[in-house]
Design a protein around this ligand. Structure first.
Ligand SMILES: *Cc1c(COP(=O)(O)O)cnc(C)c1O
Length: 421
């Protein structure tokens, strides 16, 4: 459920008509709903209660500091994968002891930053990383709290680019080697083991892979405890999928997911951490764009938009589907037409949808891509020297620009001419 509904014939974000935002900031832009972010965060905290738990929002899905502050004010922790994300979490007021550091390639500079600024735990992904972290912590005279990310070798049954829990993926250590690697971690002077971490992929629409992975984590918890390790915390990752089409998809609910967690690991007395990104942010955001031209081709009509693959790359990168809706509600009984919906970038891959059935549209019309909050703005680029587009946050009847569109001067001034030219 989200808070983007038609009212008086106009698509609204909460109580704000999108036409009003478009008139103020120009298109294209991203818009996020505070109420939807809040609702989704609470679905998880309710699903995990009464187990002791911490929901750590995966910043990589939507990293605007204002959005992070909405979640932080509700009590959310953050899952970060880089120095930049760590600094964003801090800028949003998240205390260090609610920040989890994930990622396969943490640099020494990133380790130092987090050790000095405060950290809940590092999710360590390899032995070389574990040794580097121990050295860095020792040199600072502290112990780094860690979990080790285990790769449970389960098939997440999702898009190959976002499946992370098979043994051929680059993530974590094979679960079969966990005892050995935990034994080494326990011997390293700069580390303090606090638990186990697992994350098997993104956009999972079936609970079964989670169940398989969490059962393996439960067994491992007992085995590690028997070997003398203190396992107090289980980080179960993110990955719960969302419906990208209104019609036929029904991914599992956070409440089902919570029940699964209780069933598989609830008896272990551990604090449960989860790292959802997409389920919190995905349906909390829209991309709003204008039609520039209607081009009638041979056998197909193209709607050419002012948004492009550099603004929302998911369709061209993952073949992803986004529902596309007109901002002005079509009259009941309006006949639909098939369009190829494309951007202006010079690549055939700059196609949002092929032969999509939509109400008739033409130049100047506003359209919205649904479910664009996650992996939308964060994956955008300035390809074709198109400025990054603004982000807008709505709360009730208020809205504010939370990232401005850069000016062309700002873009050009980043390039420097060498003296000899
Ligand atoms: C990407 C990622 C997440 C978030 O995944 P979602 O599918 O957005 O919930 C959580 N944890 C880790 C380690 C990740 O890499």
């Amino acid at each position: 459920m989200d808070h983007f509904l038609y009212r008086n014939g106009v698509l609204h974000a909460e109580d704000v008509p999108l036409t009003e935002i478009a008139a103020r900031v120009g298109t294209p832009f991203y818009v996020y709903s505070t109420a939807t972010l809040t609702r989704h965060y609470h679905l998880f905290t309710e699903a995990l209660s009464p187990l002791p738990h911490q929901v750590c929002f995966a910043i990589k899905s939507l990293s605007n500091v204002a959005v992070l502050k909405v979640l932080a004010d509700l009590g959310a922790g953050m899952d970060v994968v880089s120095q930049g994300e760590y600094l964003r979490a801090k800028a949003a007021g998240v205390p260090g002891d609610k920040i989890v550091f994930s990622g396969v390639g943490k640099t020494r500079a990133e380790m130092r930053l987090a050790l000095e600024g405060g950290i809940r735990q590092f999710n360590v992904e390899s032995e070389p990383e574990m040794r580097a972290l121990s050295e860095m912590a020792s040199s600072l005279g502290v112990k780094a709290p860690i979990t080790i990310r285990v790769n449970p070798d389960v098939d997440a049954k999702t898009h190959e680019k976002i499946a992370t829990g098979k043994k051929e993926n680059k993530f974590g250590i094979p679960i079969a080697r966990a005892l050995e690697v935990y034994a080494e971690a326990a011997r390293l002077p700069g580390l303090q083991i606090v638990g186990i971490d697992v994350h098997i992929g993104s956009q999972l629409t079936d609970l079964e892979p989670f169940e398989a992975a969490y059962n393996k984590v439960a067994d491992l918890t007992l085995a590690l405890r028997a070997a003398g390790h203190q396992i107090d915390r289980l980080d179960l990752g993110g990955g719960l999928g969302i419906p990208y089409t209104r019609s036929n998809e029904a991914p599992p609910l956070p409440s089902d997911y919570g029940a699964l967690i209780k069933r598989t690991v609830g008896h272990l007395g551990c604090e449960i951490e989860i790292e959802p990104g997409r389920l919190i942010s995905g349906n909390a955001g829209l991309l709003v764009s204008s039609v520039i031209y209607l081009k009638q081709g041979e056998g197909r009509d193209f709607l050419i938009l002012d948004a492009a693959m550099n603004d929302l790359v998911r369709p061209s990168m993952y073949g992803a589907h986004h529902d596309i809706v007109p901002v002005l509600e079509p009259a009941a009984g309006t006949e639909q037409q098939d369009y190829d919906v494309v951007g202006p970038v010079c690549e055939t891959g700059d196609t949002f949808a092929k032969q999509r059935s939509l109400p008739p549209a033409g130049p100047g019309d506003l359209i919205a891509f649904r479910s664009a909050g996650a992996y939308g703005a964060v994956m955008s680029s300035e390809y074709n020297s198109r400025p990054l587009i603004p982000e807008v946050l709505v709360k009730g009847d208020q809205f504010a620009v939370i990232r401005e569109r850069p000016t062309y001067d700002e873009m050009l001034n980043r390039d420097k001419l060498p003296e000899w030219l």
